[in-house]
Structures are given as C-alpha cells and as structure tokens.
Design a protein around this ligand. Structure first.
Ligand code: ADQ
Length: 469
C-alpha cells in the first residue's frame, strides 16, 4: 500500500497541540507507518486562497491545508453542512435552512478539493474521507479519473428515508455516497437506513455478503462503531487533578457540546422531575453540566443556549437554597485531564442525546471510573453507543419520568451491581478501542477489490488511469 491519506473538514494542528483527543490519536499510528498525509481545511479563511494544498511537515505525518474564501466557507460549512445536513441527519427537519447558494458552495468545495488532492496523490495511496461536510468528494475525484481506493466514514447518524428526503439534494447525496469503495457508519441502525436509502434511490441490491450492487458496481458497507483511547483516558482520570476540589456531593455530570441534538433541555426536564418526585435527594445531589459553545453563528445554537440557561435558572430558583445549587452550569471547554477526573468523581454520568452518531462521552465516562467504586452511566436509547453498551441504564430522553426513575435507580444502585455493570462495559471497551476502530476500517478498505477503471473513465471521458491535466 502507498500512503494513507486522511481528508477531513478540519486538519489537525501543525505543531501537534490539541492532539490529545479524537481522530488524531486514532489515526496517528496508521498515518505514521507509511508516511501518511492529512488533508484538511486551514484554520483561517482568506480572500486569496492558494490554488493548491499548502503543505506542512510534522514528525509523525504531513499536513496539506486547503484554503477557502470567508463567504464560500460560511456557505459550505455553517450553511449547507451545519444548517441543513446536520439537522436533517439528526432528524430535526424543522430546523433545516435551505438556500441554493449553500448547495452550490457545498459542491464547489469538494470540486476544488478533489483537484488539489488529485494532483497530490500517488496511484497506490489509500484515501479515507471523513464526515458529512465532504460527501461529494469521491464523485469529484472519480470525475477527474482518480482510481485510488476511497473510503468514507460518517460520524453522525443516517436518518430514515423520509427524513433524508427532506434534503433537496437527497438523490445527489445518495449517488455521491455510492461512488465510495467502502462506506462506514457507526451503528446497525445507520446501516439499515443507508441500505434502505440506496434501495429506494438507486435501486441498490443487497448481496449475500452485505455489499450493495449499485449502478453496475459493488459498494462495500460496514458498521464501525468509533471509540476512544480507553487505557489513556483511564490513566488521565487516575492521575489528573481538578483545580478546585468539587464539593463532596454524589454528583450527576453531563458533558456535551451545546448542540440541540444532545437533548440538554430534556435532560434538565428529567432532573426537575427527579427533584420534584424524590424530595429526599434535594440538597444531596447536584448536576454539573459542562456545555461549551459551538457553531455560535447558527441561529439554532443561540436558541438552545438561551433555553438551557432559562431551564437551569428555573430549577435553581425553584429548588436551590443558600447552601445548595441544584444545577451548576459551565459554558466553556475544560482540559481533558480535568474532565476525566470530574467523570471519575461523579456518581452518575448523564448521556442523553435525542439522536447521536455514537457519543464518545459515554465511553469516556466508563473509562474514567474507579473499578472498585464505579459510577453509573445513564444512556439515551438514541445514542449510537447504546447498541454497544446495554449494561448502562438505557433511557428515553423524551420521557422525564423515565429519566427521573433512572436517576434514582443509579443513585441507589448497590455497589456489587455497579461493579458488575462497569466491569462488563469496561471489558468491552478495552477490546474495542479507537485503534481497533481505525484498524478494522482500514483492513476492510484494503480488502476492497481494486475498482473498475473503465467505469471511472466513463465519467472522466478519458483513458483509464490517466490523470486529467
Ligand atoms: P460530537 O457531536 O462532537 O462528535 P461526542 O462523540 O460526544 O460528540 O464527542 C465530543 C468530544 O468533545 C468528547 O471527547 C468530549 O469529551 C469532548 N467535550 C465535550 N464537551 C467538552 C468540554 N466542555 N470540554 C472539553 N471537552 C469536551 C461527532 C458525533 C458523535 C460521534 C463523534 C465521533 O456527533 O456522535 O461520537 O463525532 O465520531
């Protein structure tokens, strides 16, 4: 194999700062092995973007940045990606903002990026594209005659067909997806939805091996639940410290980007029901909600912030006393080691999104626990993580009563049961960490049969394997 080429909306930092979580850690080793390249958007936009990738060398891998004009970036990223695709794929069609210029910008970015990638990749490089911001990329690369293996991983959910059809370009999106060699999704739920979308939109046929025959070629589909560096996060929790020692209350903790998909108002509604129905816990527990701002330029995100602050203020006004604050709310990001310790100190982890591709906080909470006195995870049935973590207390985040019951059960759970549930969850995660995730995706991508260049040439209108000038 040649190099591994990762493509994502945002590139890792050039100096390695901020590598501590997420994708970079997951892919670092795979990238370092064969002199890998990570292609991603430059952190700043410019009125005079470079026509080609701007390269930087890191000791572990190279970075190729693509630059965009501010307006194009806004329409592609804040517009199409986050005001249309994000809400639609999370089932919130009531929030979608359809603007023709968003759709044009979305295609334009992949088109430009494909040109830059095509002039850079070698024939045996393997390309792995990440997430909903770049779905058309394989289509644009194929149109240029690119015959490389190209895989795609979608980090967020695939909704049901009817919801998907609320996106005006739903047919295009399905067709663009079908041009990858391998499409990875987080859960069996997503896989079933994707198969249905292909069947309905492109007359895709499911084969005995789980692949789909679409437009005369075979597309490999797979479910690859993403994970975390389990051992690393456990160590952070054991060794880290928090600046100010938290008060010695058995705490509930929630840590989420401030996003409407994370179900934060519903979580507070469940907590309010809990405090109202079980007065004996008043003054005994508090909920620490850490929710850093995200995508502040999109209206729906400003609304959710206001709603959360109103609800938190309402609960504190209703139940708080001079020496007890029921909801503590922090509206900023915290260092990872501090988060890990807070998870470990909390008796209950609340992970209750309305719809979520996976949700890594659920896995971080379990990894951070003291195995001799672990806390309990309350997990939404709509988080992708629920498929893998049945030993959590699974709840319906729309039902405050269910949330209140689960909170009481978690707080009263005997030590032996907490230990048993945690041990099962931790064992599973230890065997399915983020390295396992990236290795299994790449293994599957490398096993895909080399694609039919004659098929590509039909698109490119040129000889197979010949690069367009
Ligand atoms: P996200 O929607 O961002 O990711 P999630 O999986 O929960 O959601 O990851 C969030 C990460 O940010 C976690 O590592 C968490 O610890 C961190 N974080 C959250 N709040 C923080 C805070 N206040 N301070 C510091 N760190 C904080 C998308 C999909 C998910 C999918 C991931 C990975 O929406 O469903 O799990 O990609 O594929």
């Amino acid at each position: 194999m040649g190099r591994l080429v990762i493509v994502s909306n945002r590139a890792p930092s050039i100096d390695g700062t901020g590598d501590s979580g997420g994708l970079v850690v997951a892919l670092k080793d795979a990238l370092a092995k064969d002199g890998g390249l990570w292609i991603g958007g430059a952190p700043e936009q410019t009125d005079t973007p470079a026509p080609s990738l701007v390269f930087h060398h890191r000791p572990d891998f190279d970075i190729g940045l693509f630059e965009l004009e501010p307006q194009l970036y806004r329409d592609y990223y804040l517009g199409y990606s986050n005001s249309l695709l994000w809400p639609a794929l999370h089932g919130r069609v009531d929030l979608i903002d359809v603007q023709p210029r968003y759709a044009a910008a979305y295609s334009e970015v992949s088109r430009r990026l494909a040109r830059m990638i095509f002039e850079t990749v070698r024939a045996d490089d393997v390309i792995w594209v990440h997430d909903y911001q770049l779905i058309p990329l394989a289509h644009e690369l194929r149109a240029l005659g690119c015959g490389n293996r190209i895989g795609f991983f979608l980090h967020i959910p695939v909704p049901g067909l009817e919801t998907f059809k609320a996106i005006p370009e739903w047919r295009d999106l399905a067709a663009w997806l079908a041009e990858y060699d391998l499409i990875g999704v987080q859960t069996q739920r997503d896989l079933a939805h994707l198969i249905n979308i292909f069947r309905h939109t492109l007359r895709g046929e499911l084969r005995y091996n789980g692949n789909m025959g679409i437009n005369g070629r075979e597309v490999v589909l797979g479910c690859f639940p993403i994970s975390i560096n389990v051992e690393g996060f456990r160590r952070l929790a054991e060794e880290g410290s928090v600046g100010t020692p938290p008060p010695p209350l058995p705490r509930l903790i929630g840590v989420d980007r401030l996003d409407y998909s994370k179900g934060l108002p519903q979580r507070l509604a469940g907590y309010e029901t809990f405090l109202s129905q079980y007065p004996r816990f008043r003054g005994q527990v508090s909920l620490l909600q850490i929710a850093p701002p995200t995508r502040d330029d999109v209206e729906a995100y400003r609304d959710i912030r206001e709603e959360l602050e109103l609800r938190a203020g309402h609960i504190n006004g209703l139940y708080g006393t001079v020496d007890w604050t029921p909801v503590q709310y922090i509206h900023r990001a915290l260092p990872r080691d501090e988060l890990a310790v807070l998870f470990r100190l909390s008796r209950v982890g609340l992970v209750t999104p309305l719809f979520d591709g996976m949700n890594l906080v659920a896995k971080e909470y379990v990894a951070a626990q003291d195995e001799t006195d672990p806390g309990v995870l309350i997990l939404s049935q709509f988080a992708g993580a629920a498929e893998e973590m049945p030993q959590a207390l699974i709840v319906n985040p729309h039902d405050p009563q269910d949330m209140a019951e689960a909170t009481r059960t978690a707080l009263e759970m005997p030590l032996a049961e907490r230990i048993a549930r945690h041990a099962a969850l931790y064992d599973y995660l230890a065997n399915h960490d983020v390295e396992y995730w990236s290795a299994s995706f790449l293994k599957r991508l490398l096993a895909v049969e080399t694609i039919d260049l004659h098929w590509i040439s039909r698109y490119a209108g040129q000889q197979p394997g010949v690069k367009a000038s």
